[in-house]
Design a protein around this ligand. Sequence first.
Ligand SMILES: [Zn+2]
Length: 133
Amino acid sequence: MSLFDDLGNTLNKVANSTIKKSKELSGLTKLSLKLNSEEGDLDKLYEGYGKAQYGIAKNIAPTDALDFVALIDEKIKVIEDLKSEIEQLKGVIICPKCGTKNKVEDSFCSSCGEKLPKPEPEEPKTDPDKEEE
Ligand SMILES: [Zn+2]
């Protein structure tokens, strides 16, 4: 039945792209593109989950249908990370506790007082093996 073949493909495709999550991406444009594609994946996962639930209700779904839940959780986390990385690049830190946007130079959340994570400054382009003087 092709409905669940599609589901399997979606699962595999999204699972692979999650594993391949690259840490090398940097720069606002790349991050935004990545965010777009991750959000597209999330939509597919929600859709797949809906179909899987239908299949389970009808007792025709494969047992791995509920794998979607774990993948959706993982995908949401990836998206949250990307969003906060993007906000950091824009000079904003999102409080990990309450979600308030704080200025990048703030150490504590202006709303709840939570200690804010220090943004990793982007490495300046220096040659690691530059000539000795
Ligand atoms: Zn807060």
